[in-house]
Design a protein around this ligand. Sequence first.
Ligand code: ZN
Length: 376
Amino acid sequence: MESSIRLFSVRDIAIRMHITFPLILVWAALQFGLFNRGGWAGAIFGIVVTLLLFIIVVLHELGHSFAALHYEVPVKQIVLLPIGGVAQLSRIPEKPGQEFVIAIAGPLVNFGLAILLAGVGLIFGQEISLTHSLQLLDNSGRFTFSSVFSYVYVSNLLLGIFNLLPAFPMDGGRVLRALLATQLSYDTATTIAVFIGQSLAWLLGLWGFLNGGLFLILIAVFIFAGASAERQLVHIRSVLGDLIVEQAYSRQARSLTPESTLRDAVKLTFSTFQADFPVCEGEQLIGLLTHTRLLEALDSHGPDTPVVEVMLTDITPVTPKESMFAVQQRLSEDRLDALPVADGKRFLGLITNRDISEVYRMVSSYPNLIPASKVS
Ligand code: ZN
């Protein structure tokens, strides 16, 4: 089942809504209607301001996306989750200048909007000081132009400021790393930025704990985990980035012929270490029967179906000279366990998640044991 629904697209970037997203609208309606005793007017207020807030989130993510496109970094999609939005870039540039601009572009959109909103507020005779807006929010739930305006104005500002916290996975973490990386190596810059982010998470968590702020503790956990994930990613990249597929793919991988049946595939699964099977016509690679596809097809088509009828044909094989890190990223993004290795159309072998984690473990501990050959 698809976990997100496409809403619309801007410059070929699909804006999608995660299926859990409507939960936040229910929460907002309950929060302002029931808990703040706003009644129906409060519930409508909650839904309206939350929708407006998410328009702001989309604009923030488009800020990152347009900056990324400027550096020719493809943007896959923007996904709206109940906790906010994510612009999925196909890679994070290692050039500090580029990472800096892409990261800061999001919060800059919020500060730009703040100026714009302040202008609109002035025209409609709103007082736009932050304290005044916060005071108004105390009486929120009353569905008036003032209350909606104040809520949107304050949330937009807070969103910009919160995202500048110098901690991964916030934009500020990337800004910090980019600044450090102008003077230090990328790895050292990441280590320091991760350390600062995690220290901040501890402080935030402690603060939340002492003040009984469950929400702050959750944010602290989120920041801590985000920082660890970033360090892990950079470590994997530094280990795998220098290696190429040729150094570790399985040359002995078994393949199926177009006439092989699903029954044959099951037999091979039991008698080999393999779970995913390339399908070849002579030496030519024509498709891939993944383990998941095999199980689905057994269910829907039965064991005597030829693999050629159910195999995946839209899988681009990897080349022996491709970087292992790129392959690892592709496997995890496409949720695959294996990719065929081919030279043009000529089938050479298979590279699997297991091969890659084996190499990763080995290179981390015994860097000299891996057959030499670097990315050219
Ligand atoms: Zn952002």
